[in-house]
Design a protein around this ligand. Structure first.
Ligand code: URA
Length: 248
């Protein structure tokens, strides 16, 4: 059983952060300065556990609970597994800051262990349905470094909807753009797909004659990986980022 859920046993500082009152350090200041009340009484305990129905206010103004807003944005580094299972690799959940952890937190789709880039996490099932339901066909953009030589009509094949290993129906049409070779001699390409088959980009590149050496996702829908989000960093998604995703 989860120890708490939004608005029910949730620590006061967590509630304030989740509902847009600021980052942890700032919220702790607000509580310390006596600007936060619970049911009309000033509360100085950061981790006061909120009972259902308790009203939290900042400077006397109630802070409304918006439980569906709990979505985290992460710059996944290479080397972490998007899984809860016991593995021989550290898990993405290990790097979620203590204050943002939740027993039902799940990644929104998965990136392979050796893939880096934009990853979302949430415990909000409605968000999952709204944003990543297959019928939404959200485009996901990957930067690929590959060895080998791709067939001359690779872009056309991707655009037409190509077959990949392990599946007996063609992929949805995808975009494949070539870039110049990088300094290590790897071919570079950008691939945009709108579905999430297992190892899809790696299998597409393999079917076209190459081998993926590096894979990085930098865009989901209209949301770019923020340039100030360093590898390994995780924070609550902003209102503007939710709009870019088409979540609201
Ligand atoms: N395609 C892959 O092959 N791997 C990923 O991690 C994501 C897309």
């Amino acid at each position: 059983m989860p120890r708490w859920s939004p608005g029910n046993g949730e620590p006061l500082d967590r509630y304030l952060t989740r509902n847009g009152c600021g980052a942890w350090a700032w919220v702790h200041h607000l509580i310390h300065w006596g600007r936060v009340s619970v049911n009309g009484e000033r509360c100085h305990r950061y981790h006061h556990r909120l009972a259902p129905g308790e009203v939290v206010a900042l400077d006397g103004v109630p802070v409304a609970d918006t439980p569906d807003r709990c979505v985290l944005i992460c710059h996944k580094p290479v080397g972490l597994a998007c899984s809860h299972g016991a593995q021989d690799a550290p898990l993405i959940y290990d790097i979620v800051p203590e204050a943002l952890r939740h027993p039902n937190l799940e990644t929104v789709g998965r990136l392979d262990r050796n893939t880096s880039g934009l990853l979302l996490l949430t415990f909000d099932g409605k968000f999952l349905q709204r944003v990543v339901a297959p019928e939404r066909k959200q485009p996901k953009r990957y930067r690929v470094g590959y060895s080998g030589t791709l067939v001359a009509d690779a872009s056309e094949r991707a655009a037409a909807g190509m077959m990949i290993d392990g599946y007996d129906t063609p992929c949805r049409p995808a975009e494949l753009l070539f870039k110049t070779t990088d300094s290590n001699g790897l071919g570079r390409a950008t691939v945009v797909i709108s579905e999430g088959r297992h190892h899809q980009v790696k299998r597409m590149i393999a079917a076209l004659g190459g081998h993926v050496e590096r894979l990085h996702r930098d865009r989901i829908g209209g949301l770019d990986l923020p340039s100030d989000l360093e590898p390994g960093n995780i924070r609550i998604i902003s209102a503007g980022e939710r709009v870019a995703l088409g979540a609201d």
